[in-house]
Write a protein that binds this ligand. Sequence first.
Ligand code: SF4
Length: 204
Amino acid sequence: MNLTNIEKTLCLNINHAESFIFNTKYELIIKLILSSSTNEFRACEIGNELIKDYCSIDDLNRADLKDLEFKIKKIGFYRQKALRLKKAAQLIIQKFNGVIPSKYDDLILIPGIGQKSAKKFLSLVEDSNYVMVDTHLRRVIKRLFNSFENLKDNEIEKFVIDNIENKNLTNFSNLVTSFGKDFCTSLKPKCSICFFKNFCNFDK
Ligand code: SF4
């Protein structure tokens, strides 16, 4: 089975629900920083609460670190993330005059925004088209094509770009990530009911 057929199968069977609902770029940046190694829906809930108290980049820049920590302490790595939020606000003010940038190379300078978050941001704000390699996409691709065990993220990205006929890379990434969360989970993949069980090379 090739990637295009995998995408077609996922399109028919997987319902991707976007977790990042947002009104402003500021809100989205906060939620993306909070979502690192955390359930995205949970990160967005906490983000919604946080922006009630810190309505703008300036508010966030002035925030008391302990207060920030307290407000987000229900999610993992909250101390690290509180610091990243402060530093992100600081950088956006100092380097971008308080305006959240819209270029990939600028976005990845923001503390807490890695390459996947930057691509996610651009796909949601600018409708840009990217392969978003995250822990789920990486795991699914490696299991489906088990000779790919040692593939690096940029090689996975290239493989997807080269092999998805319609080039709708964001859609493919979202579908595979949802599939990885619901079916091909890290510890207990649902192989017995998986659409790819006859093709998949995992654990054979
Ligand atoms: S058969 Fe199992 S390991 Fe392979 S893609 Fe499906 S859920 Fe994942």
